[in-house]
Design a protein around this ligand. Sequence first.
Ligand SMILES: Cc1ncc(COP(=O)(O)O)c(C=O)c1O
Length: 263
Amino acid sequence: MSLACLDGAVMPVAEASISVTDEGLLRGDGAFEVLRLYGGRPFGLDEHLARMGRSAANLRLVLDPEAVRADVELLLREAAPGDALLRLVATRGGRRIALLEELPEHAPTISLASVTYAPTRILDGVKSLSYAGNMLATRLAKEAGADEALLVTPHGRVLEGPTSSFFWVRGGELLTPPLDDHVLDSITRRLVLEETEAREASCTLEDLTGAEEAFLASTVREVQAVSAIDGREIAVGGPLTARAAERVRARIQAAVGPPEPVG
Ligand SMILES: Cc1ncc(COP(=O)(O)O)c(C=O)c1O
């Protein structure tokens, strides 16, 4: 039975409900986070709670991150999940939701199609519930025959995936679009920047025609090699992608402990 925690009370997901008048639902007015659980242990809980606190503060939404932490601890204690996702939501209606979700299957490589996207400036630094644009971008990329979208501004600046950060290699150097270009301050992006020689640099779609490697980075995917952008193939299995994947995995394992034995 799948469990949720709603405002500090654990219950079956099917029994967890919020009001239809909650503006989190009606207007996408609220904040969220998605964490990954390894053998039931969350990675980066402090970082996710801190970002959720910043999102809420920027939205002028009252939220006590320590109450969210208590929800998480309670839910994890009662549900004892294995490898899974944990979604945290705070709505304008004042509801706190913690929800366990299945870990989606991700192929080792992914193809991207560019989709024009203008970040909403006023939501800078907010992981808001208003994600319809991001979800639509993925659908449009799939309609174009790719697996996922690569968001590109109307002026041609490459940003990120709808739910992931973007890294690429040029001249043996690992690069990622800067936060100044209004991409999300991703926790996995920070990890890659700390653990590798990667640096921030703006880039255009045209620049990417010379990409030697590329990958997406996120809590859910960790590091996922990009095999093509707009139908142009990119070599996978390159050294900088492998190194980033290894370093991110090592940091996660150091934090959550070794994987549990199978069987
Ligand atoms: C737009 C966007 N960029 C990047 C990411 C990756 O962020 P993180 O590494 O914190 O999961 C996400 C995560 O959902 C996202 O929504």
